[in-house]
Structure formats: structure tokens, C-alpha cells
Design a protein around this ligand. Structure first.
Ligand code: GDP
Ligand code: IMO
Ligand code: MG
Length: 429
């Protein structure tokens, strides 16, 4: 048995959705562990593109149980729309295919409004959040006043908790953000109906997972966002509000860290970031534009253009260490074809001096400069390659040097958005 965690090693959108969909036939359960509908995980099948925001990326495989774990924050309206959207095209026909933890916290309209109004108020200093209410919902969770899925499905408990919370939120919205107060009945009626719809999907996820492990089923823990956006270890404060590192998968799913036997770290062959914040290898020239266009780098959730830059091995090595990565997936290698020279960041320089690892405080992050090595590119398209040896020689060198620098092997190469556009280099399960 090998349970694996699939996590993003950069700033999100590394192609996790595609890889999870690809691996799902080898597992029995896929579990979303943290984040919410700030995530957008794309799966392309026979030219048709689907973006999943809350439902695990195993949903396109009938036999896979999809679990929304304790650590996720759920916008019930978005979840219901996603369930209905999948049902309409023949997926999720059996309601038993989806289990939602009663411990997962619920996103309310005041979370979304607070998120968006705060961003507007910050102006040039905004984080560039997805505006989905993620941060304010996690704030309530940490402050021990959050409303959970198990509360949502009980009309009396929901009423009681919402009344208490809304009073405080309305005060905050009016006094701090200059907004109008929200009306209790409007929210209550809507959320009560969401609760009715979702009731049958709520489960004691902890027991479900215990049972699955006892029976020898394989679990896949689905990461959202990426290590650069981790609340503790990312480029704070330009981060999301959950732990995106592999440790976050264990707490978010409600399993012991020992339940994860292989950490699969997903990284793009270059780097992207959506939203604001430090990005040392960012390119604001024609090469950056080329990567953005050829890689179709638009946010899967907000549609924003993704910022693009060279591969940052300093960051990647750090992320590999933080997550105990066992092997790597390199995605979007096809996007690099036709670039004559490729630059790769090997060390950071701060105030003219090389530093070890990555900085901690924002002021240093804003000042660090990457020291690059220039590697030869390749011209040939990669789609036809079926094994490592069929890749252009310079592409092989690019990959070998990544492995050598970060100290872990590559197990999968992704060469296009479609499910079958990949090369397996090593067995992981
Ligand atoms: P996630 O959030 O990590 O699941 O990634 P996203 O779905 O937000 O963004 C990845 C984008 O790259 C999606 O549009 C994918 O369809 C696409 N993609 C994934 N792997 C590859 C690849 O190897 N090559 C190319 N060209 N596109 C890919
Ligand atoms: P997936 O799972 C890329 C970014 C936002 C913003 C910061 C905080 O698809 O890789 P938030 O709404 O979470 O408070 O925003 O985090 N962000 C993502 N960027 N991919 C994601 O998810 C992201 N989820 C959040 O752009 O910079
Ligand atoms: Mg995404």
C-alpha cells in the first residue's frame, strides 16, 4: 500500500489537477485537505476542459471516493453548483461517491464581502486574493467562532450560530469597511436550503478514512495552492490562509503524518504566480510574455493573467525540504521548447552577497536577486516522446540538473494538458 500526497511546490497552478486525475485509477480515495474554492484544478479529457474548485480531482473516475476533509473551507453555493455541473455531464451519479466532513468550515457572504472590501481598501498593497472569502473564513475558524458543515445541516444550530456571528460581522462591515449591514433572514434562508441539499453528503470522514485504511485501500491527498503560498512558510503576507505544505495534508484530512508514504511534489518547468507578492525570477520582458501566451497562463479561478518567470531552483529545493518530497512531477515542459537559452536561478543574492536558502522577511524578499545559470534550450516539440531517451538531449540535461540540484528524482513528466500527455519515469505506487 502506498498513500500519496500530491502538492504544488511553487505558487499554485503547477498542474496538480491533471496529475491527480492521471493517478486516480491507481487509488481508491482522493481527499481535498485545505483551501477552498480559491483553488482551480484543471483536467482536460478529449479536448474538453473541466475546472474543479472544491470537489477532488478524482471525480471523473466513477470508482473513486471523493472526500472534502476537515481542513477545507466550503462555500456551499459553489459546491452545489459544482456537484450539479458534474452530474449534468454524467459524473458523480452516485451520491455515495462524495463525502464532506462535518468539521469543514462554511464560507458565508460576510466572509466574501470582507475579503473583497479589505482588498479594495488596501489599494496598491492588496494581496491580490481570489476574493472568495477564504482568509476571513479561516480567521473565524482560528478565533473559534466559525460555523461548520455539521452546523449548516441543522436549522436550529445554524440559526443560533449565524445570529451571533452576523451581529458582530455587521458591526465590522459598517464601522470598519463602510458597508451596509447584511440581512439575517436572507442569509439564513439560503444557507438553510444549502444545508438541506448537502445533508446526505455529510459524513464522519475520520471514520470513513480509518475504515478505508484498515481495508487496505489507497489514499491520495490532494494539495491545493503551493508551498510559496503556505501561511507559515510562503512569502508572508502574500500567502493564502492555510498550510499548503505536506504537513497540512495530514492535519487537513485528519490522518497521521505516517499515513502519507510518498510525497509527490508538482512543479512547472518554469514559474508562475497569480496575485501580488515576491517573485524573484519574474520576467517582465518578451520571454515572460511568450511563456504567458504559450503556456495559456490565466488563473483557473479568477481568469487573471499569471505572472511568469524562470525556474527558481533555490525555491524548489527549499520546498522539497519543507515537504519531504520523495519524487517530482515536472509539468508544462512542452512550453519551454523553442527557447534558445533557458535561465535557472541557482542562488539568491541580498545586498550584493550570496545568501543561503531563502529570506524570511518581506523586505528581504523584495530585495533578493536571483543568480542565474544559463542552460541551452531545445527546438523540437516534445509531444511525440514516449520515454526519457526520446527527449531532445538539452531537455534531458535540463531535467537531470534539476534532479541533481534538488536531490530527488523525477517520476512523471507532463508534456501537455491532456490526460495522456505524459511520460512515467519511475514507479511511485
Ligand atoms: P492546478 O491548480 O495545479 O491544478 O493547475 P491549474 O489547472 O490551475 O493550471 C494548470 C494549467 O496548465 C491548466 O490549464 C492545465 O490544463 C495546463 N497543463 C497541465 N499540465 C500541462 C502540461 O504539461 N503542458 C501544458 N501545455 N499545459 C498543461
Ligand atoms: P490552486 O489550487 C494560484 C493566491 C491568490 C493570492 C493568494 C491569497 O489552483 O493552485 P486567497 O484567495 O487564497 O486568500 O488568495 O493566494 N491563490 C492561488 N494562486 N493557485 C491557487 O490555487 C491559489 N489559491 C490562492 O491569487 O495571491
Ligand atoms: Mg489552479
Amino acid at each position: 500500500m502506498t498513500n500519496i500526497a500530491v502538492i504544488g511546490l511553487q505558487w499554485g497552478d503547477e498542474g496538480k489537477g491533471k496529475i491527480i486525475d492521471l493517478l486516480t485509477p491507481q487509488v481508491d480515495v482522493v481527499i481535498r485537505c485545505q483551501g477552498g474554492n480559491n483553488a482551480g484544478h484543471t483536467i482536460v479529457l478529449n479536448g474538453e476542459k473541466r475546472v474543479l474548485h472544491l470537489i477532488p480531482s478524482g471525480a471523473l473516475h466513477q470508482k473513486c471516493l471523493c472526500v472534502i476533509g476537515d481542513g477545507v473551507v466550503v462555500d456551499p453555493k459553489v459546491l452545489i453548483d459544482e456537484i450539479e455541473g458534474l452530474k449534468a455531464v454524467g459524473f458523480l451519479q452516485n451520491p455515495k461517491q462524495l463525502a464532506i466532513s462535518g468539521n469543514a468550515h462554511v464560507i458565508f457572504p460576510y466572509h466574501i464581502q470582507i475579503d473583497q472590501l479589505r482588498e479594495t481598501k488596501k489599494g496598491g498593497k492588496a494581496i491580490g486574493t481570489t476574493g472568495r472569502g477564504i482568509g476571513p473564513c479561516y480567521e473565524d475558524k482560528i478565533a473559534r467562532r466559525g460555523i461548520r458543515m455539521s452546523d449548516l445541516v441543522d436549522p436550529e444550530i445554524l440559526k443560533h450560530r449565524l445570529e451571533g456571528n452576523l451581529q458582530e460581522k455587521n458591526e465590522y462591515l459598517q464601522k470598519m469597511l463602510g458597508a451596509k449591514p447584511l440581512v439575517f433572514n436572507e442569509i439564513y434562508e439560503k444557507y438553510n436550503s444549502y444545508g438541506k441539499y448537502l445533508k446526505n453528503y455529510i459524513a464522519n470522514v475520520n471514520l470513513v478514512l480509518q475504515q478505508k485504511v484498515k481495508e487496505g485501500f489507497k489514499l491520495l491527498f490532494e494539495g491545493a495552492q503551493g508551498v510559496g503560498l503556505d501561511l507559515d512558510h510562503g512569502t508572508y503576507p502574500y500567502v493564502t490562509s492555510s498550510n499548503t505544505v505536506s504537513g497540512g495534508m495530514a492535519t487537513g484530512a485528519g490522518v497521521s503524518p505516517k499515513a502519507i508514504q510518498h510525497v509527490l511534489g508538482v512543479a512547472k518547468a518554469y514559474a508562475t504566480r497569480v496575485g501580488h507578492g515576491p517573485f524573484p525570477t519574474e520576467l517582465s520582458d518578451s520571454v515572460g510574455e511568450h511563456l504567458q501566451t504559450k503556456g495559456a497562463e490565466f488563473g483557473a479561478t479568477t481568469g487573471r493573467k499569471r505572472r511568469c518567470g524562470w525556474l527558481d531552483l533555490v525555491w524548489l529545493k527549499h520546498a522539497v525540504w519543507l515537504c519531504g518530497v520523495d519524487s517530482l512531477v515536472i509539468t508544462k515542459l512542452d512550453v519551454l521548447s523553442e527557447l534558445k537559452k533557458l535561465k535557472v536561478a541557482m542562488v539568491y543574492q541580498l545586498n550584493g552577497k550570496k545568501i543561503e536558502g531563502v529570506p524570511s522577511c518581506l523586505e528581504d524578499w523584495e530585495k533578493v536577486e536571483p543568480v542565474y545559470e544559463e542552460w541551452e534550450g531545445w527546438n523540437e516539440p516534445l509531444e511525440k516522446a514516449t520515454c526519457f531517451d526520446e527527449l531532445p538531449k538539452n531537455c534531458q540535461k535540463y531535467l537531470k540538473r534539476i534532479e541533481d540540484f534538488v536531490g530527488v528524482p523525477i517520476s512523471i513528466l507532463s508534456l501537455g494538458p491532456e490526460r495522456n500527455a505524459h511520460i512515467h519515469l519511475r514507479k511511485i505506487m
